[in-house]
Design a protein around this ligand. Sequence first.
Ligand code: ZN
Ligand code: ZN
Length: 411
Amino acid sequence: MAIDLEALYIDLHRHPELSFQETRTAGVVTATLAGLGIPFEEGIGRTGVVATLRNGEGPVVWLRADMDGLPVEERTGLAYASTAHGVDPAGLDVPVMHACGHDMHVTALLGALERLAASTDDWSGTIVAVFQPAEEFGAGSKAMIADGVFDRFPRPDVVLGQHVTPLPAGVIGVRPGTQMAASDGLTVTLHGRGGHGSRPHATIDPVVMAAATIMRLQTVVSREVDPRDVAVVTVGSVHAGLKHNIIPAEATLQLSLRYPDDRMRERVLERVERVIRAEADASGAETPPTIVTDHTLPPTINDVDATARVSAAFRRAYGEAAVIDPGMFTGSEDVSWFAREANAPLVFWFWGGVDPELFARAEAEGTIERDIPTNHSPFFAPVLHPTIERGVDNLVIAAREWLGAGTTDSA
Ligand code: ZN
Ligand code: ZN
């Protein structure tokens, strides 16, 4: 029986799960795979699932979809909006939403597997479908690798993946070379000396230290990075204190840093650390700040030849105008660990999920930033159609570039 992809997507959307907690999602994946008669193993890298579709001689193509949701309260107003909650790593109860569209990725990969499993006369080779946990932690692909994914399943000749994005539905964004930025996530603890809010002179105030640090950090990119280069310094979390009249002992900042390559990474990291230490010094801190790297993601670099093949196939299927170079995205991905560790080429593309009319209107009015919700927004809501169908087609078309083209019966 054919999979009802719309129902599958809506079910996943209603039931998002936080990183490394994707047990229900993995259950939906394995139940669907079982229905298709495709062999799989679960619990790879904690909650990951790997399915293998062998069909004679030929290359091994990895198709990867990530599965996790985010601690975001959905505000789309959709009939199938999530009201789910979860418990985050700090033990807090948080709302959960598929605000990055990973539910669309899972749906598209299952749809592609169904199509490929039903058309084995058209292609030969092996498809390894990787349903990866915890992309949002930047930790899921590494967890699967640590769990022996390369020893337990055929190693890839190519790794293919995709991400739904706020481009018009029907448009593909892909480029050779650096497609997405490298990033580091840092937790910085600024140590002061606590005391009574009425006696600031007897304290070392970490709140003021944090405020000065945050403002000064914004000069790293604006004053110390060549304007022709790309880098981002974001302070996404600030925590200090519990009450009006208590100066706390410490403040905690969480930073997200983005860059296209290792050279810029070194440059920005060195300057960020210098500012943090210097501001603590300027405040008279007795203990230097503690800086911990929570995660490091490499740049997502698309193989030039493999990307040319996939782009050409997309152009043949969808027309020249439907395939654009979106430039480097300053978001980051952990998909490339699979390709890097296996020394295989990677092609990672974006596909649009925005109503094309809405997008055209926002573009004409110059209000794209305001009116088109991006990934991680509480309003992020890809249109169901043709986003689902395109997501399936994309994977089938790209995979068949390696597995024998046959007839690409795409829309
Ligand atoms: Zn995301
Ligand atoms: Zn994502």
